[in-house]
Design a protein around this ligand. Structure first.
Ligand SMILES: NC(=O)c1ccc[n+]([C@@H]2O[C@H](COP(=O)([O-])OP(=O)(O)OC[C@H]3O[C@@H](n4cnc5c(N)ncnc54)[C@H](OP(=O)(O)O)[C@@H]3O)[C@@H](O)[C@H]2O)c1
Length: 229
């Protein structure tokens, strides 16, 4: 029997790459990001494990490019993972940094989800997981835009969840705290952070629930704050 398909944005590294690998035993993967060489490396690793991976090199902040690239794709699981973070005091934040975060973390949710959700509703089957953040309910210095986009992720995800659940399309959000990735510059011991694989396991947990169950939000954080490690 043919496998179902899972599309993961931001699959070139970090949480998205780990999620694509985690899902590849059960799903054919469509891996989306801008970095072709990193996508190629992911495809190779999935194929060595016996899986199937199609790569799409795409800037998800480009609405026309997204619409053209995803047209006609039948996707059973969408993982909206791609994100960018520039943590800076608002007074120092440039207009370009602001717009990049809003475009990738928030506007692209419309472009990618809209391209795929109609098919899910017609087939009466689908799962949409968005990677939000604990920044989606916490405020912090340097987070005026990033935190705002992640608050928006929660509003988007929870409203959409209520709109499409009767069509058997389940929508959920994963809100991690600190994960060891290249999202923001960091130095020193990072071993107290969660790993990308642990977030990938949470995505797997959500989508492997029975059809009659919808776990719509997961909050997760390192078990100890860095000062206690
Ligand atoms: N790391 C953390 O502590 C943490 C905590 C909470 C939530 N998160 C969230 O987790 C998600 C993944 O972040 P990460 O930590 O794994 O970061 P990462 O390692 O920097 O990966 C970010 C991914 O997003 C992709 N991306 C960025 N801009 C893109 C664009 N315009 N078009 C297409 N893809 C784009 C990147 O691919 P290309 O550069 O190849 O395009 C990359 O694959 C984000 O939504 C982030 O906000 C992270």
């Amino acid at each position: 029997m043919a496998k179902e398909t899972a599309l993961v944005t931001g699959a070139s590294r970090g949480i998205g790459r780990a999620t694509a690998l985690r899902l590849s035993a059960a799903y054919d993967i469509v891996a989306v990001a801008r970095s072709e060489s990193e996508l190629k490396s992911l495809k190779g690793e999935i194929e060595i494990g016996g899986g199937v991976c199609r790569t799409i090199a795409l800037d998800i902040a480009d609405e026309k490019a997204v619409t053209a690239a995803l047209r006609g794709l039948e996707v059973d699981v969408l993982v909206n993972n791609a994100g960018v973070a520039t943590m800076k005091p608002f007074l120092e934040l440039t207009s370009a940094e602001w717009h990049n975060m809003v475009n990738v973390n928030f506007n692209a949710l419309y472009y990618v989800t809209h391209a795929l959700i109609h098919g899910m509703v017609e087939r009466k089957r689908g799962f949409i997981v968005t990677i939000g953040s604990l920044a989606g309910r916490n405020s912090f210095v340097g987070g005026s835009c990033y935190s705002a986009t992640k608050h928006a992720v929660n509003g988007f995800s929870e409203s959409l969840m209520l709109e499409v659940r009767d069509a058997n399309v389940r929508v959920a959000v994963v809100m991690p705290g600190s994960v060891e990735t290249s999202l923001t510059p960091s130095s020193g011991d990072q071993s107290w952070k969660m790993t990308s694989n642990q977030i990938a396991d949470a995505v797997w947990y959500l989508i492997s629930q029975p059809d009659s169950v919808l776990v719509s939000r997961i909050e997760m954080r390192p078990s100890k704050a860095p000062r206690h490690r």
